[in-house]
Design a protein around this ligand. Structure first.
Ligand SMILES: [Zn+2]
Length: 204
């Protein structure tokens, strides 16, 4: 049973196609397993469409209207078609990842290719492992694929989406007795989020 969902702002941005692709991928992973958010996304899209229909055609410059349509028609998380990655749920099975990289004992990550200035990928941790406390700026989304973790007293299980925005220090810990696999994306490009941990551990 999914307990944690994206905020309405994030879901609306995703539905409008304005969320950067790596963040959209995390939302799409959550949506794959969450009927409630799928329904919400459909209604957001319907509202966006009806507002456009109600708009007098002369109210906007042609190019502005075209830009709005282009944005609405653009898939929220266009994914690079690629050979399926076995063991991952859609839409992650169509994404390209770098090989696994160790980031300490019992932790490893696979960067998502084509993330641009964002940092995104898969993260896997063994039971009992914790990331060092880290702080970051901007939006960070994480969706659990398998296993679970606890962050600031809240438990995130498969399908749950953890959304962290703004300045925030935290220390996610893998709980349960199976490895925890997540997909994550963060806006920040400074030493922050999961990559900040990786960079510090690797001394890069
Ligand atoms: Zn949901």
């Amino acid at each position: 049973m999914i307990q944690h969902h994206p905020s309405s702002v994030v879901l609306a941005s995703y539905a409008a196609g304005s969320l950067p692709e790596p963040l959209g991928l995390v939302v799409a992973t959550h949506l794959y397993g969450c009927a409630a958010c799928q329904r919400l996304k459909t209604s957001v899209e319907a509202v966006g469409g009806s507002e456009l229909e109600a708009m007098p055609p002369t109210a906007m410059a042609d190019d502005a209207l075209a830009a709005v349509f282009a944005r609405l028609e653009r898939p929220a998380a266009p994914l690079v078609p690629f050979e399926r990655t076995p063991g991952l749920p859609p839409p992650l099975d169509r994404c390209r990842f770098d090989p696994w990289r160790r980031i300490g004992i019992g932790l490893r990550w696979r960067p998502l290719l084509g993330s641009g200035t964002m940092v995104a990928g898969l993260l896997e941790g063994m039971p009992g492992r914790a990331l060092p406390t880290h702080a970051h700026r901007g939006l960070e989304l994480t969706c659990v694929i398998a296993g679970s973790f606890v962050d600031a007293g809240t438990r995130f299980a498969p399908g749950d989406l953890a959304e962290i925005d703004g300045d925030h220090a935290h220390r996610p810990t893998i709980d349960g007795d199976t490895p925890c696999l997540c997909v994550f994306a963060t806006e920040s490009v400074r030493l922050s989020g999961w990559l900040g941990v990786a960079q510090r551990l690797l001394g890069e």
